[in-house]
Design a protein around this ligand. Structure first.
Ligand SMILES: Nc1ncnc2c1ncn2[C@@H]1O[C@H](COP(=O)(O)OP(=O)(O)O)[C@@H](O)[C@H]1O
Ligand SMILES: O=C(CO)[C@@H](O)[C@H](O)COP(=O)(O)O
Length: 461
């Protein structure tokens, strides 16, 4: 008898990815993707067009679907369900002053972390709502529902029902990770009037069934979905290199880091997902490719032809502002250029900057949980680069395991859909993806040079 197929979606910063998966085994039988507009403020209806394009020919074959999506983005809708403003994404820093105001109103960073699990920075939805109130009061006044990107796509699938899950809700700034409930008072304080919030659906619950019989799972944030796909064990750290750079780990206890370095999100099961997130990751390499006029493979070849330390060239890669550390107005800095600096050095310095910033994030997360990394798994678009494989273990000072190329956010969403479809209390047992582990001699000098530039530039912004 043919088994059910389930569809997993990753509505990420740069594109929508769809994977059609055998619900019993986790085997991917088909996949597709469609690009998103660039920019940090985007008409969210473009994500629905991308969804329709990526799922065309796949959704008809699925028995269930779940949507994973970029975290935090503000989708503010009027009473007719139309956006009142472009969605402000997680990497839009215009609401940095509002983040400072909201943290102060909550009584300071530690009180903020106690209330919502994290210290607010410009990425969080509530800061964007406050920005809307302050800068677009008419649009704010017309706002009735506020959704996250994944909720907005799920609403499209369901035909109008609005629901979310605890994982993505924990990135809004108005969800209590201690009590697992919305804090509507905080949402109201942010935008200035009461708003409707999506129903929170349990991890394995069926959120809805479409007229054609398609079962819809809760969906979740992209990082929570990736964690579902990777069968993490305590002490495993996932490093994701997409538009954002993320180090995350599963914790059975709640995290409330008053320093703001680690965000204490909920995960998509019943646990927690402490995370260190950078705003500059794969695009550090994209920029270097554009500057050197090469593709990613050639950039990797050039980088591996230069020595560790790139002959003294060091980059502080905060091109789009930064969040870890919290420097929303930062720009990038190159230091150590000489008349002998080569194309190889320029390529090498980009990989080293990317990996040093991620190594900082890994250290922050492991020091917060008190659990050294048992394994470091690496996923995301840039995790497939040969130079990342060669240089990550040297810069992290630990082996790095790279699962076979795949869309792990979409796969995690598919696993959630299969879970909802199964009616079981446990996630379906899927065969873990094959993976390759890379090791190298540590290069602590590279991290020291990076840290020196990072700390030196901290006072410039
Ligand atoms: N082989 C590669 N080497 C380096 N970067 C890559 C490679 N393949 C893709 N990328 C980059 O990865 C990014 C896309 O990764 P992805 O995880 O899909 O991002 P997101 O989830 O944020 O949309 C793009 O910036 C792309 O240029
Ligand atoms: O803001 C965060 C996490 O807090 C980002 O990780 C977003 O969730 C976007 O993810 P990518 O599109 O870079 O995968």
């Amino acid at each position: 008898m043919a088994t059910d197929l389930v569809l997993g979606i990753d509505s990420s910063t740069q594109s929508t990815k769809a994977v059609l998966v055998d619900a019993a085994t986790g085997e991917v039988v088909a996949h597709a993707s469609a690009p998103h507009p660039t920019g940090t403020a985007v008409d969210p209806r473009a994500w629905l067009t991308a969804f329709d394009s990526a799922t065309d020919g796949l959704i008809e074959r699925a028995s269930a679907i779940s949507v994973g999506g970029q975290q935090h983005g503000m989708v503010a809708l009027d009473s007719a369900g139309a956006p009142v403003h472009d969605a402000l994404l997680w990497n839009d820093t215009r609401s940095a002053p509002q983040a400072v105001d909201l943290v102060a109103e909550l009584g300071g960073p530690q009180q903020c972390a106690e209330a919502i699990g994290s210290v607010l920075v410009a990425s969080f939805t509530s800061t964007k709502l406050r920005w809307l109130r302050d800068h677009q009061p008419d649009a704010a006044a017309r706002t009735r529902d506020v959704l996250l990107p994944h909720d907005y796509v799920s609403r499209h699938v369901s035909g109008g029902d609005v629901f979310t899950d605890r994982g993505d809700a924990s990135g809004t700034g108005y969800f209590s990770t201690a009590d697992d409930v919305w804090r509507p008072d905080l949402a109201e304080a942010a935008i200035g009037h009461a708003i409707a919030l999506p129903r929170i659906v349990g991890p394995a619950e069926i959120a809805g069934v479409t007229a054609s019989g398609l079962v819809i799972g809760a969906g979740t944030g992209d990082n929570m979905a990736a964690a579902l796909a990777l069968d993490l064990e305590p002490g495993d750290v996932v490093v994701s290199i997409g538009t954002s750079g993320v180090a995350s780990t599963i914790s059975t206890t709640r995290v409330a880091d008053g320093t703001g370095s680690v965000t204490g999100f909920a995960d998509a099961t019943g646990n927690f997902l402490p995370m260190g997130t950078t705003m500059n990751a794969a695009r550090i390499l994209d920029l270097q490719c554009a500057l050197l006029g090469v593709d990613h493979d050639e950039l990797g070849r050039l980088a591996l032809a230069a020595p560790a330390g790139a002959n003294g060239l060091t980059i502080s890669p905060y091109y789009a502002g930064e969040r870890t550390p919290n420097r929303p107005d930062a720009t990038g800095t190159w230091a150590g250029l000489t008349v002998s600096t080569s194309r190889e050095d320029v390529a090498r310095a980009a990989f080293e900057a990317l990996l040093c910033s991620l190594a900082d994030a890994v250290d922050l997360v492991t020091s917060m949980t008190g659990q050294p990394a048992r394994r470091i798994l690496m996923v995301g678009g840039a995790a497939q680069n040969a130079a990342v494989h060669a240089l990550a273990p040297a810069i992290f000072g630990a082996p790095v395991t790279v699962p076979a190329p795949g869309e792990y956010v979409a796969l995690g969403a598919a696993r959630q859909a299969a879970w909802a479809l199964s009616g079981s209390s446990t996630l379906p047992a899927w065969t873990p993806p094959p993976s390759e582990t890379y090791d190298a001699e540590a290069t602590p000098d590279v991290r020291q040079a990076y840290a020196a530039l990072r700390d030196r530039t901290a006072t410039w912004h």
